[in-house]
Design a protein around this ligand. Structure first.
Ligand code: R2B
Ligand code: URA
Length: 296
């Protein structure tokens, strides 16, 4: 049974470690509060993570009559829910905000002594050569130059870290998606901090290239195995890999970027596509923890 081990000797020297953005600290009884955590599910929006947390509660850990799900800790920056041994977090958009949350969550779970934790990002993305509604499980992530590493300037030096997701998690997610009959694919994900120019869109407020330039780039990305584009998996994969945390990324595509840039699916399509991602992750969690889905 493996616990998370931060690679930072300085943390042990802190009398109290304040997980400032989460609204918890090591002065609390973290083993009691979080020692049982086995899965951490991350997604972009507060609303979506509430829906996901509620869905896990309904299936596996029904709330006592009359009680409602409430976010825990500080809600200033992120909403976090705990349902049984599952933490559901909304990480916002882009790698910088998500990175803060990951550092603090990893330290908190390490201090809590949580064991064999699997972290999964459930998200949305733009498909590359696959239609809207496809499930893409990320094998590895590349940056906006299609290079296979996450780059971060640290103390004046550019540090590069590879971003390969855990093979056992990825293959289990893909197997569950296939078992449920969803159109799904394992592929590389391009991950950037900009939704518009960084993703080669023609519909931002600034664009100094033409449609043919965009299509040439996307064709090159596709040739290199990229099947979707989003804004977090590169940093997430690199973080998990660096700390030896088993991490997975599963996204639905909202559109095929070879056909356009505007996101125009209907609310019903969005709901159904996200529901398929949730169903896959639920299947995986149920299988891992030996649970029966009361709603299935
Ligand atoms: C997917 O969707 C968001 C942008 O709309 C972003 O968080 C991402 O990765
Ligand atoms: N999220 C992204 O980052 N890009 C898309 O095209 C759709 C969702």
């Amino acid at each position: 049974m493996a616990t998370i081990t931060p690679k930072n000797p300085h943390v042990a020297e802190l009398e109290v470690d304040h997980y400032y953005h989460l609204g918890f600290s090591s002065a609390q009884n973290l083993p009691e509060l979080f020692g049982d955590v086995r899965f951490v599910l991350f997604g972009g929006s507060n609303d979506r993570m509430r829906v996901i947390a509620q869905s896990f509660a309904d299936s596996f850990w029904p709330l006592p009559l009359g009680q409602a799900l409430e976010p825990i800790g500080s809600t200033t920056r992120y909403h976090m829910y705990k349902v049984g041994p599952i933490l559901c977090f909304a990480h916002g958009m882009g790698m910088p905000t998500f990175s803060i949350m990951l550092h603090e969550t990893a330290k908190l779970l390490a201090a809590a002594g949580a064991k064999d934790v699997v972290m999964i990002r459930l998200g949305t993305s733009g498909g590359v050569g696959v239609p809207g509604g496809t499930i893409v499980v990320t094998k590895d992530s590349v940056n906006g130059l299609l290079e296979p590493y996450y780059e971060i300037p640290i103390l004046g030096k550019l540090v590069r870290r590879p971003s390969v997701l855990d093979e056992t998690v990825s293959s289990a997610l893909l197997a569950h998606a296939e078992r449920l009959g969803y159109s799904s694919v394992l592929g590389s994900t391009m991950s950037v901090d900009c939704f518009y120019e960084g993703q080669g869109r023609l519909d931002g407020a600034i664009c100094h290239y033409e449609n043919k330039d965009k299509l040439e780039f996307l064709a090159k990305a596709h040739e290199k195995g990229v099947r979707n584009i989003e804004m977090e998996s590169l940093m997430f994969g690199a973080f998990c890999q660096e700390l030896g945390i088993r991490g997975g990324v599963i996204c639905c595509t909202l559109l095929n970027r070879l056909d356009g840039d505007q996101v125009t699916m209907t609310p019903e399509q969005y709901r159904d596509w996200m529901a398929s991602v949730i169903a896959v992750v639920k299947g995986y969690v149920a299988e891992t923890l030996g649970l029966t889905d009361r709603k299935a």
